[in-house]
Design a protein. Structure first.
Lengths: 442, 250
């Protein structure tokens, strides 16, 4: 993202975007696309002048997007995966026992829907957004969600019925292998009905050495007393960029237990917004980002405590090596009258190299009186006294350092919900840490 | 076994040890006593190899070899164990993992095969029973959230599992109630053998009521100012450290 030799275009060519959007086949989503297009025209992509994007420069994403828009008709979107692509997909499918719904290159394929139909008997209803109710609330209230809605080919609407409490985890695998660069937009709208209990996995996998940009928006409503375990796994190819947004609303006594794992990608921005709309809700957000090489991983979270009592707990941890640059911004807003709010957030970082960098900012804004809030952040190297202690027990310097590094990450691994994901996440964490510790990262 | 001659040590600009000499032979139990700041813990840390401490003069030999040139982990594998005054909390690393890694590091050093899981568990269970430690302890993070007494007991567990030839226990008795003290003392006494030496670093005499030392040394201002048998500890208890200082300056 540094100053390149040539000047980079920093804005999306709106007329190209319009032309591409207007060429999309007419369907029930057309009004949504047109409205989003108009919304996006007001702002364009966010720049670093925007406080929320201060440390994440989207110049490369804009450049790639413009190149794509100029030649969009040349890109033939496909939803098949063979060879290396199949191996990448199968690795996840075979490692994590879940009911998997695959969205390849942003396309809702027939196979996807066939698979979805088989879940109907388990209380899980999935249909195309374009088949959905006309009043479907596709959120497009910020630049990236508008861009997503404007270019959306289609998306999925997911209903988890109250009776669904014994199902396997429901996995969504977002897979991209667009050649010659490309863009994909995906949107899920998930409604978890009252008293339902469901585990949801959001996995991002991609292959290919050309730059690629995926823009994902997930809307999740958790109704009264429903419980959702949620694991996000991001393991994209090292030239691929992704911006993801998860917009969650929690109703009365709802529980949202979320853990996020970033292993891959070149530029990753992950936004999680949790709206505590009704009393008694619990939101748990955990995250682990493992970045090396020149990776840029930005995690932004925002929890709106609109009412109390309610609990939010957040802990993100990062391990950085090489020239990695990471960003953490965790905001908890306790609105006026949200008495009985109990909010904690923390961010801890381990820097394995002098050239890696973290910008961390846990933020609390409190407008209520009766609240319990705490936040904190740390950035550092391995604890010297712990290293010495381990060495006095016979472990050599490297072994001790590796053990402590793994222990640092283990905190988040053990806190993650959805048992079925643990072996895979643990193994990927091990592999990634080996790469970070040995400095063997792209 | 351990031969310390004229040891001078500083940390930063502060001189802590000023010509300390001490010889410890196999089969012996030594107690090193002294007031706060006399250099007791520094001595323990220097023997274990902490690199904050700089040896400016003197020597430490172990089995006739220069011990100071060895890294901390090499010292451990050679059979030297330090029981910490303030054991470090290591969240995320469980006790079983650390114990096994420590045992295997030593076994590899001695060209022995690694301990198998079953053998390890049996050994750990047996030793934990002897120290009144709950078996669930193995799965907990090293010293994570432990009380002071649990931490000290954990040090003793590590010692009995590792079977060092030379054990240096730094203030292992501090922070223990009388029951815990008895358990810890039992663990230490079980370690006594003609092949092994134990150095107890302590401020108070109370541990010595349960673990009888062969020699007692009094440390003051970085040197051993008086040595004797176990009766010296009793005298110190009765008369206080001022007595030694006065005798010293008289």
């Amino acid at each position: 993202m540094g100053a390149g030799g040539r000047k980079r275009m920093s804005v999306i060519a709106q007329e190209l975007l319009e032309a591409v959007v207007n060429r999309l086949p007419e369907d029930s989503l057309t009004p949504v696309r047109q409205a989003a297009l108009a919304e996006f025209a007001k702002t364009g992509f966010p720049t670093t002048r925007n406080e929320d994007w201060k440390y994440t420069n989207l110049a490369t994403v804009v450049e790639l997007s413009n190149a794509y828009l100029a030649n969009a008709s040349a890109f033939v979107p496909h939803a098949e995966w063979t060879g290396a692509a199949k191996r990448a997909v199968d690795e996840i499918l075979e490692s994590i026992d879940a009911s998997w719904i695959i969205v390849a290159n942003g396309i809702i394929a027939l196979e996807t829907l066939a698979k979805a139909e088989s879940l109907e008997s388990q209380g899980i209803h999935i249909s195309k957004l374009s088949n959905g109710r006309a009043n479907l609330a596709i959120i497009s209230d910020d630049p990236m969600t508008s861009f997503n809605a404007a270019l959306l080919l289609d998306g999925l609407q997911v209903g988890i019925r109250s009776g669904a409490y014994d199902a396997k985890p429901l996995g969504f695998l977002f897979f991209d292998d667009a050649q010659n660069g490309g863009l994909s937009q995906t949107r899920l709208i998930i409604d978890v009905e009252a008293d339902a209990n469901i585990d949801i996995i959001e996995a991002h996998v991609s292959i290919g050495s050309d730059a690629q940009f995926a823009n994902t928006v997930i809307q999740l409503n958790i109704d009264d007393r429903a419980q959702v375990g949620y694991v996000r796994i991001q393991d994209r190819a090292d030239t691929h960029m992704q911006i993801g947004k998860l917009i969650t609303a929690l109703q009365r006594d709802a529980v949202f237990d979320y853990a996020s794992f970033d292993f891959g990608g070149s530029l990753i921005r992950n936004d999680v917004a949790v709206d505590i709309a009704q009393p008694g809700a619990t939101a748990i957000l955990n995250g682990l980002y493992l970045a090396g090489g020149r990776q840029h991983i930005d995690n932004h979270t925002r929890v709106d405590h609109r009412v109390g009592p309610a609990v939010s707990r957040e802990e993100y941890r990062g391990i950085l090596s090489g020239r990695a640059r990471c960003v953490f911004n965790g905001k908890a807003i306790v609105h006026k009258g949200a008495d009985g709010t109990d909010a904690e957030q923390s961010n801890h970082n381990l820097l394995l190299s002098k050239t890696s960098e973290i910008d961390t900012k846990p933020e609390l804004e409190i407008y209520a009186d009766d609240v319990k809030c705490a936040h904190g952040a740390t950035v550092g190297q391995l604890d010297k006294s712990a290293l010495f202690y381990l060495r006095t027990r016979g472990l050599d310097q490297d072994e001790a350092a590796q053990l402590l590094t793994r222990a640092f990450a283990a905190r988040i691994l053990t806190a993650a919900p959805i048992e079925a994901t643990h072996a895979y996440i643990g193994q990927r964490t091990e592999q990634r840490l080996d790469e970070l510790i040995s400095g063997d990262t792209p | 076994m351990l031969e310390i001659k004229n040891l001078h040590v500083k940390i930063g600009d502060a001189k802590i040890l000023n010509g300390l000499s001490l010889t410890v032979n196999a089969g012996e139990v030594h107690a090193i006593m002294g007031p706060n700041g006399s250099g007791k813990s520094t001595l323990a840390q220097v023997i274990a190899g902490h690199d904050d401490y700089v040896v400016t003069d003197g020597s430490v030999r172990y089995d006739g070899r220069d011990f100071l040139e060895l890294a901390p982990e090499e010292r451990a594998r050679e059979g030297v164990f330090l029981g910490f005054q303030y054991p470090v909390e290591i969240p995320g690393v469980n006790n079983a993992y650390l114990l096994k890694a420590a045992i295997n590091a030593k076994r590899r050093h001695n060209n022995e095969g690694e301990i198998d899981a079953f053998e390890f568990l049996q050994l750990a269970r047996e030793k934990m029973k002897g120290l009144d430690i709950d078996p669930a302890f193995l799965k907990r993070g090293v010293n994570e959230g432990f009380s002071g007494g649990e931490k000290k007991r954990n040090e003793i567990l590590q010692m009995v599992m590792l079977e060092p030839r030379l054990a240096i226990l730094d203030e292992t008795d501090s922070g223990l109630d009388i029951d815990a003290l008895k358990v810890v003392a039992k663990g230490i006494n079980a370690m006594r053998s003609p092949e092994r030496a134990i150095v107890l670093v302590t401020h108070y005499q109370r541990l010595l009521d349960h673990v009888e030392p062969d020699f007692v040394h009094v440390l003051s201002e970085g040197r051993i100012v008086r040595s004797g048998d176990k009766t010296l500890a009793q005298q110190l208890e009765d008369r206080g450290y001022e007595w030694v200082r006065e005798a010293e300056s008289a």
